[in-house]
Design a protein around this ligand. Structure first.
Ligand code: SF4
Ligand code: SF4
Length: 389
Protein backbone atom coordinates (compact mmCIF):
# COMPACT_ATOMS: atom_id res chain seq x y z
CA UNK A 1 0.00 0.00 0.00
CA UNK A 2 1.29 3.45 -0.87
CA UNK A 3 0.63 5.82 1.99
CA UNK A 4 2.17 9.21 2.61
CA UNK A 5 2.55 9.82 6.38
CA UNK A 6 0.05 12.23 7.95
CA UNK A 7 2.52 15.05 8.48
CA UNK A 8 3.68 15.04 4.87
CA UNK A 9 0.08 14.70 3.69
CA UNK A 10 -0.90 17.82 5.64
CA UNK A 11 2.13 19.61 4.23
CA UNK A 12 1.20 18.73 0.65
CA UNK A 13 -2.29 20.18 1.11
CA UNK A 14 -0.92 23.24 2.92
CA UNK A 15 0.90 24.39 -0.22
CA UNK A 16 -0.41 27.79 -1.30
CA UNK A 17 1.06 27.35 -4.82
CA UNK A 18 2.79 30.72 -4.41
CA UNK A 19 5.88 29.63 -6.34
CA UNK A 20 8.56 31.12 -4.04
CA UNK A 21 10.27 27.72 -4.07
CA UNK A 22 10.41 27.61 -7.88
CA UNK A 23 12.43 30.80 -8.07
CA UNK A 24 15.18 29.26 -5.93
CA UNK A 25 15.22 25.73 -7.32
CA UNK A 26 18.46 25.17 -9.29
CA UNK A 27 16.90 22.32 -11.25
CA UNK A 28 13.91 24.41 -12.34
CA UNK A 29 16.39 27.16 -13.32
CA UNK A 30 17.71 24.88 -16.06
CA UNK A 31 14.75 22.67 -16.96
CA UNK A 32 12.18 25.43 -16.83
CA UNK A 33 9.20 23.08 -16.71
CA UNK A 34 6.69 23.68 -13.97
CA UNK A 35 6.35 19.91 -13.57
CA UNK A 36 9.97 19.61 -12.40
CA UNK A 37 9.74 22.52 -9.96
CA UNK A 38 8.99 21.97 -6.27
CA UNK A 39 5.56 23.58 -6.70
CA UNK A 40 4.85 21.39 -9.73
CA UNK A 41 5.80 18.24 -7.84
CA UNK A 42 3.55 19.16 -4.94
CA UNK A 43 0.75 19.81 -7.41
CA UNK A 44 1.31 16.39 -9.01
CA UNK A 45 1.14 14.74 -5.59
CA UNK A 46 -2.14 16.50 -4.80
CA UNK A 47 -3.57 15.17 -8.04
CA UNK A 48 -2.92 11.54 -7.19
CA UNK A 49 -3.33 11.62 -3.40
CA UNK A 50 -6.50 10.59 -1.70
CA UNK A 51 -7.60 12.42 1.47
CA UNK A 52 -6.25 9.51 3.51
CA UNK A 53 -2.76 9.98 2.12
CA UNK A 54 -2.93 6.97 -0.14
CA UNK A 55 -1.00 7.41 -3.32
CA UNK A 56 -2.98 5.95 -6.15
CA UNK A 57 -0.81 2.95 -7.01
CA UNK A 58 -2.28 2.56 -10.47
CA UNK A 59 -1.52 6.20 -11.33
CA UNK A 60 2.05 5.91 -10.14
CA UNK A 61 2.61 2.77 -12.16
CA UNK A 62 0.95 4.38 -15.18
CA UNK A 63 2.94 7.56 -14.86
CA UNK A 64 5.93 5.32 -14.05
CA UNK A 65 9.31 6.58 -15.09
CA UNK A 66 8.35 10.15 -15.96
CA UNK A 67 6.67 10.63 -12.57
CA UNK A 68 9.61 9.07 -10.76
CA UNK A 69 12.23 11.04 -12.69
CA UNK A 70 10.70 14.32 -11.49
CA UNK A 71 11.48 13.36 -7.91
CA UNK A 72 15.01 12.25 -8.78
CA UNK A 73 15.76 15.38 -10.84
CA UNK A 74 16.51 17.10 -7.56
CA UNK A 75 19.75 17.78 -5.70
CA UNK A 76 18.15 17.70 -2.25
CA UNK A 77 19.70 21.12 -1.78
CA UNK A 78 16.86 22.23 0.49
CA UNK A 79 16.52 25.73 -0.98
CA UNK A 80 12.79 25.11 -1.60
CA UNK A 81 12.27 24.30 2.09
CA UNK A 82 14.35 27.30 3.12
CA UNK A 83 12.13 29.79 1.29
CA UNK A 84 8.71 28.19 1.71
CA UNK A 85 6.69 30.76 3.66
CA UNK A 86 4.22 28.08 4.77
CA UNK A 87 7.22 26.24 6.27
CA UNK A 88 6.49 23.03 4.43
CA UNK A 89 9.24 20.49 5.01
CA UNK A 90 9.75 19.77 1.34
CA UNK A 91 12.88 17.65 1.88
CA UNK A 92 10.87 15.31 4.08
CA UNK A 93 8.20 15.04 1.38
CA UNK A 94 10.81 14.32 -1.31
CA UNK A 95 12.36 11.66 0.97
CA UNK A 96 9.07 9.90 1.67
CA UNK A 97 8.10 9.93 -2.00
CA UNK A 98 11.48 8.46 -3.00
CA UNK A 99 11.00 5.78 -0.36
CA UNK A 100 7.60 4.86 -1.81
CA UNK A 101 8.93 4.88 -5.37
CA UNK A 102 11.87 2.67 -4.38
CA UNK A 103 9.61 0.21 -2.57
CA UNK A 104 7.50 -0.11 -5.72
CA UNK A 105 10.46 -0.33 -8.06
CA UNK A 106 9.64 2.75 -10.07
CA UNK A 107 12.98 4.52 -9.67
CA UNK A 108 15.44 5.35 -12.47
CA UNK A 109 17.70 2.49 -13.58
CA UNK A 110 20.81 4.33 -12.32
CA UNK A 111 19.32 4.45 -8.82
CA UNK A 112 18.69 0.69 -8.80
CA UNK A 113 22.27 0.15 -9.98
CA UNK A 114 23.70 2.48 -7.33
CA UNK A 115 21.75 0.94 -4.48
CA UNK A 116 22.72 -2.59 -5.60
CA UNK A 117 26.35 -1.47 -5.73
CA UNK A 118 26.29 -0.07 -2.20
CA UNK A 119 24.44 -3.07 -0.80
CA UNK A 120 26.94 -5.47 -2.36
CA UNK A 121 30.28 -3.70 -2.05
CA UNK A 122 29.61 -1.39 0.96
CA UNK A 123 30.83 1.56 -1.09
CA UNK A 124 29.46 3.61 -3.98
CA UNK A 125 32.12 2.52 -6.49
CA UNK A 126 31.74 -1.30 -6.53
CA UNK A 127 35.34 -1.47 -5.32
CA UNK A 128 36.65 -4.17 -3.03
CA UNK A 129 35.94 -2.56 0.34
CA UNK A 130 39.31 -3.82 1.57
CA UNK A 131 40.90 -1.25 -0.75
CA UNK A 132 39.08 1.56 1.10
CA UNK A 133 42.30 2.47 2.90
CA UNK A 134 44.57 2.34 -0.16
CA UNK A 135 44.63 6.15 -0.03
CA UNK A 136 47.07 5.81 2.85
CA UNK A 137 49.65 4.24 0.53
CA UNK A 138 48.88 6.63 -2.34
CA UNK A 139 49.20 9.76 -0.23
CA UNK A 140 51.83 8.57 2.28
CA UNK A 141 49.60 9.73 5.14
CA UNK A 142 50.62 8.93 8.70
CA UNK A 143 47.60 7.12 10.18
CA UNK A 144 46.71 4.81 13.04
CA UNK A 145 44.49 1.78 13.40
CA UNK A 146 43.80 1.37 17.10
CA UNK A 147 41.39 -0.81 19.05
CA UNK A 148 40.38 2.19 21.13
CA UNK A 149 40.74 5.94 20.71
CA UNK A 150 39.12 9.24 21.70
CA UNK A 151 38.37 10.21 18.10
CA UNK A 152 37.36 8.24 15.01
CA UNK A 153 38.04 9.76 11.60
CA UNK A 154 35.21 8.59 9.30
CA UNK A 155 36.63 9.14 5.81
CA UNK A 156 33.63 8.41 3.54
CA UNK A 157 33.47 6.75 0.11
CA UNK A 158 34.35 9.71 -2.13
CA UNK A 159 37.42 10.77 -0.14
CA UNK A 160 38.57 7.16 0.29
CA UNK A 161 38.29 6.06 -3.32
CA UNK A 162 38.40 9.09 -5.60
CA UNK A 163 42.01 9.96 -6.51
CA UNK A 164 41.14 13.63 -7.03
CA UNK A 165 40.20 14.16 -3.40
CA UNK A 166 42.18 11.57 -1.45
CA UNK A 167 44.46 14.43 -0.39
CA UNK A 168 41.55 15.54 1.85
CA UNK A 169 42.05 12.37 3.91
CA UNK A 170 45.78 13.06 4.03
CA UNK A 171 45.08 16.63 5.19
CA UNK A 172 42.63 15.63 7.94
CA UNK A 173 45.01 12.91 9.18
CA UNK A 174 47.94 15.32 9.32
CA UNK A 175 45.84 17.90 11.20
CA UNK A 176 44.70 15.31 13.77
CA UNK A 177 48.34 14.30 14.26
CA UNK A 178 49.43 17.91 14.56
CA UNK A 179 46.79 18.52 17.25
CA UNK A 180 48.06 15.42 19.13
CA UNK A 181 44.65 13.75 19.01
CA UNK A 182 44.26 10.17 20.15
CA UNK A 183 42.54 9.05 16.93
CA UNK A 184 41.95 6.08 14.70
CA UNK A 185 40.43 5.03 11.41
CA UNK A 186 37.80 2.29 11.49
CA UNK A 187 39.18 -1.13 10.62
CA UNK A 188 36.09 -1.82 8.49
CA UNK A 189 34.33 1.40 7.48
CA UNK A 190 31.25 0.97 5.28
CA UNK A 191 29.42 3.56 3.19
CA UNK A 192 27.54 5.82 5.62
CA UNK A 193 24.26 4.86 3.92
CA UNK A 194 23.32 8.39 2.86
CA UNK A 195 23.25 7.43 -0.86
CA UNK A 196 20.83 4.61 0.01
CA UNK A 197 18.64 6.94 2.06
CA UNK A 198 18.60 9.34 -0.92
CA UNK A 199 17.62 6.42 -3.18
CA UNK A 200 14.68 5.65 -0.92
CA UNK A 201 16.30 2.37 0.23
CA UNK A 202 15.75 3.00 3.93
CA UNK A 203 15.90 -0.60 5.18
CA UNK A 204 19.21 -1.10 3.39
CA UNK A 205 20.58 2.18 4.78
CA UNK A 206 19.73 0.92 8.27
CA UNK A 207 22.01 -2.11 7.81
CA UNK A 208 24.97 0.14 7.04
CA UNK A 209 24.14 2.50 9.91
CA UNK A 210 24.05 -0.39 12.35
CA UNK A 211 27.43 -1.68 11.23
CA UNK A 212 29.14 1.73 11.37
CA UNK A 213 27.70 2.57 14.79
CA UNK A 214 28.86 -0.79 16.17
CA UNK A 215 32.34 -0.26 14.73
CA UNK A 216 32.60 3.27 16.11
CA UNK A 217 31.20 2.42 19.54
CA UNK A 218 33.58 -0.55 19.84
CA UNK A 219 36.49 1.92 19.87
CA UNK A 220 34.97 3.82 22.80
CA UNK A 221 35.42 7.07 20.82
CA UNK A 222 33.56 10.10 22.14
CA UNK A 223 33.87 11.98 18.88
CA UNK A 224 33.64 11.13 15.20
CA UNK A 225 35.02 13.58 12.69
CA UNK A 226 34.30 13.51 8.99
CA UNK A 227 35.14 15.83 6.12
CA UNK A 228 32.10 14.76 4.10
CA UNK A 229 28.81 16.66 4.65
CA UNK A 230 26.83 13.64 3.40
CA UNK A 231 28.47 11.36 6.00
CA UNK A 232 28.01 14.12 8.61
CA UNK A 233 24.30 14.34 7.85
CA UNK A 234 23.97 10.55 7.98
CA UNK A 235 25.93 10.01 11.20
CA UNK A 236 24.48 12.98 13.05
CA UNK A 237 20.90 13.25 11.85
CA UNK A 238 19.91 10.11 9.92
CA UNK A 239 21.35 7.42 12.22
CA UNK A 240 19.24 8.36 15.27
CA UNK A 241 16.12 8.15 13.09
CA UNK A 242 17.15 4.95 11.33
CA UNK A 243 18.18 3.18 14.52
CA UNK A 244 15.65 4.70 16.90
CA UNK A 245 18.34 5.80 19.33
CA UNK A 246 21.12 8.34 19.53
CA UNK A 247 24.59 6.80 19.09
CA UNK A 248 27.04 7.26 21.99
CA UNK A 249 29.30 9.73 20.21
CA UNK A 250 29.37 13.33 19.09
CA UNK A 251 29.66 14.00 15.34
CA UNK A 252 31.78 16.84 14.01
CA UNK A 253 32.51 18.06 10.54
CA UNK A 254 36.22 18.74 9.94
CA UNK A 255 35.48 22.49 9.66
CA UNK A 256 34.00 22.42 13.19
CA UNK A 257 37.04 20.61 14.54
CA UNK A 258 39.32 23.15 12.83
CA UNK A 259 37.31 26.00 14.33
CA UNK A 260 37.77 24.48 17.81
CA UNK A 261 41.51 24.02 17.30
CA UNK A 262 42.05 27.52 15.95
CA UNK A 263 39.78 29.33 18.42
CA UNK A 264 41.34 27.54 21.41
CA UNK A 265 44.87 28.19 20.15
CA UNK A 266 45.61 24.48 19.80
CA UNK A 267 46.61 25.16 16.22
CA UNK A 268 48.11 28.47 15.18
CA UNK A 269 47.70 29.01 11.46
CA UNK A 270 49.97 31.60 9.83
CA UNK A 271 48.16 34.27 7.79
CA UNK A 272 48.61 34.19 4.03
CA UNK A 273 48.53 36.96 1.45
CA UNK A 274 45.79 35.25 -0.50
CA UNK A 275 42.23 36.00 -1.62
CA UNK A 276 39.73 33.28 -0.79
CA UNK A 277 36.10 32.63 -1.48
CA UNK A 278 33.95 29.83 -0.07
CA UNK A 279 31.24 27.58 -1.45
CA UNK A 280 28.83 26.39 1.27
CA UNK A 281 27.94 22.73 0.60
CA UNK A 282 24.12 22.48 0.86
CA UNK A 283 24.19 19.52 3.26
CA UNK A 284 26.65 21.25 5.55
CA UNK A 285 25.40 24.84 5.43
CA UNK A 286 21.69 25.21 4.78
CA UNK A 287 20.69 21.70 5.89
CA UNK A 288 23.01 21.14 8.88
CA UNK A 289 23.54 24.79 9.86
CA UNK A 290 27.36 24.67 9.81
CA UNK A 291 27.95 28.13 8.35
CA UNK A 292 29.90 30.13 10.95
CA UNK A 293 32.71 27.63 11.59
CA UNK A 294 34.21 27.43 8.07
CA UNK A 295 34.26 31.24 7.97
CA UNK A 296 36.12 31.46 11.29
CA UNK A 297 38.69 29.06 9.86
CA UNK A 298 39.05 30.91 6.55
CA UNK A 299 39.31 34.31 8.21
CA UNK A 300 42.13 32.98 10.39
CA UNK A 301 44.09 32.39 7.18
CA UNK A 302 43.40 35.57 5.23
CA UNK A 303 42.21 39.15 5.63
CA UNK A 304 40.75 39.04 2.14
CA UNK A 305 37.86 36.64 2.27
CA UNK A 306 35.14 37.37 -0.30
CA UNK A 307 31.61 35.99 -0.14
CA UNK A 308 30.24 34.90 -3.52
CA UNK A 309 26.78 35.63 -4.88
CA UNK A 310 24.54 33.30 -2.83
CA UNK A 311 26.19 32.12 0.36
CA UNK A 312 25.41 30.67 3.79
CA UNK A 313 21.81 29.52 4.06
CA UNK A 314 21.25 30.93 0.57
CA UNK A 315 24.07 29.08 -1.13
CA UNK A 316 23.30 27.63 -4.56
CA UNK A 317 23.90 23.94 -5.18
CA UNK A 318 26.94 22.89 -7.25
CA UNK A 319 25.02 19.93 -8.69
CA UNK A 320 26.68 17.22 -6.58
CA UNK A 321 23.80 16.44 -4.24
CA UNK A 322 20.71 14.27 -4.23
CA UNK A 323 22.24 11.62 -6.57
CA UNK A 324 21.53 13.97 -9.50
CA UNK A 325 24.91 13.04 -11.01
CA UNK A 326 23.75 9.43 -11.29
CA UNK A 327 20.32 10.29 -12.67
CA UNK A 328 21.03 13.25 -14.93
CA UNK A 329 24.78 13.94 -15.26
CA UNK A 330 24.45 16.66 -17.89
CA UNK A 331 22.01 18.62 -15.73
CA UNK A 332 24.38 18.20 -12.77
CA UNK A 333 27.23 19.56 -14.94
CA UNK A 334 25.12 22.61 -15.82
CA UNK A 335 24.58 23.30 -12.14
CA UNK A 336 28.31 22.94 -11.43
CA UNK A 337 29.24 25.35 -14.20
CA UNK A 338 26.72 27.92 -13.01
CA UNK A 339 28.03 27.73 -9.44
CA UNK A 340 31.65 27.76 -10.56
CA UNK A 341 30.95 30.93 -12.56
CA UNK A 342 29.57 32.67 -9.46
CA UNK A 343 32.59 31.67 -7.38
CA UNK A 344 35.12 32.59 -10.06
CA UNK A 345 33.53 36.00 -10.59
CA UNK A 346 34.57 37.00 -7.06
CA UNK A 347 38.10 37.12 -8.53
CA UNK A 348 39.36 35.23 -5.50
CA UNK A 349 42.59 33.34 -6.18
CA UNK A 350 41.36 30.16 -4.52
CA UNK A 351 37.89 28.63 -4.20
CA UNK A 352 37.50 26.71 -0.95
CA UNK A 353 34.75 24.31 0.00
CA UNK A 354 34.24 21.75 2.74
CA UNK A 355 32.99 18.72 0.85
CA UNK A 356 34.80 16.16 -1.33
CA UNK A 357 31.89 16.04 -3.81
CA UNK A 358 31.70 19.84 -4.21
CA UNK A 359 35.50 20.16 -4.47
CA UNK A 360 35.66 17.38 -7.04
CA UNK A 361 32.88 18.82 -9.22
CA UNK A 362 34.09 22.43 -9.07
CA UNK A 363 37.74 21.41 -9.64
CA UNK A 364 36.72 19.37 -12.69
CA UNK A 365 35.03 22.43 -14.14
CA UNK A 366 38.05 24.59 -13.33
CA UNK A 367 40.49 22.23 -15.05
CA UNK A 368 38.29 22.03 -18.15
CA UNK A 369 38.60 25.77 -18.84
CA UNK A 370 41.47 28.13 -19.47
CA UNK A 371 42.84 29.90 -16.37
CA UNK A 372 40.55 27.95 -14.09
CA UNK A 373 40.84 28.69 -10.39
CA UNK A 374 42.38 26.40 -7.82
CA UNK A 375 39.61 24.60 -5.91
CA UNK A 376 40.51 22.97 -2.59
CA UNK A 377 38.98 21.64 0.59
CA UNK A 378 39.19 23.63 3.81
CA UNK A 379 41.31 20.88 5.44
CA UNK A 380 43.82 21.01 2.58
CA UNK A 381 44.08 24.77 2.93
CA UNK A 382 44.86 24.53 6.64
CA UNK A 383 47.24 21.56 6.28
CA UNK A 384 49.15 23.49 3.61
CA UNK A 385 49.27 26.63 5.74
CA UNK A 386 50.64 24.59 8.62
CA UNK A 387 53.28 23.09 6.34
CA UNK A 388 51.87 19.59 6.82
CA UNK A 389 51.57 18.79 3.11
S1 SF4 B 1 6.94 28.05 -1.49
FE1 SF4 B 1 5.78 26.53 -0.26
S2 SF4 B 1 3.65 27.24 -0.38
FE2 SF4 B 1 4.76 28.27 -2.05
S3 SF4 B 1 4.50 26.91 -3.85
FE3 SF4 B 1 6.40 26.31 -2.85
S4 SF4 B 1 5.84 24.63 -1.49
FE4 SF4 B 1 3.93 25.71 -2.02
S1 SF4 C 1 15.69 20.35 -2.94
FE1 SF4 C 1 16.69 21.86 -4.31
S2 SF4 C 1 16.71 20.87 -6.32
FE2 SF4 C 1 15.21 19.74 -5.06
S3 SF4 C 1 13.23 20.70 -5.48
FE3 SF4 C 1 14.08 21.75 -3.68
S4 SF4 C 1 15.20 23.54 -4.52
FE4 SF4 C 1 14.82 22.11 -6.24
Amino acid sequence: MLVLPKLQLEDVFACAQCGYCMKRCPVYYFLGWESTSPRGKIFALKEILGNDGRLDEQSIRKLGKSFSTRFFNCTFCGFCREVCHVEIDLLEIWSKVREILYDHEVVPESIIKLSETVKKSKNIYMMDNLSRTDWITYTGADVNFKDSAEVVYFVGCITSFSGRVQSIAQAVSSILNSANEDWTLLKDEWCCGHPLALSGAIREARVLALHNVEMIESTGAKKVVTGCPGCYLALKHEYPRLLGKKPRFEVLHSSQLLDTYITSGKLVVPKADITLTYHDPCELGRISGVIREPRVVLQSVTDTFIEPEYFGRESICCGSGGLLKAVNPSLADNLTQRRYGMLASTNAEVIVSACPACVQALAQTATAIQNGKRVIDISQLIAEQLGLM
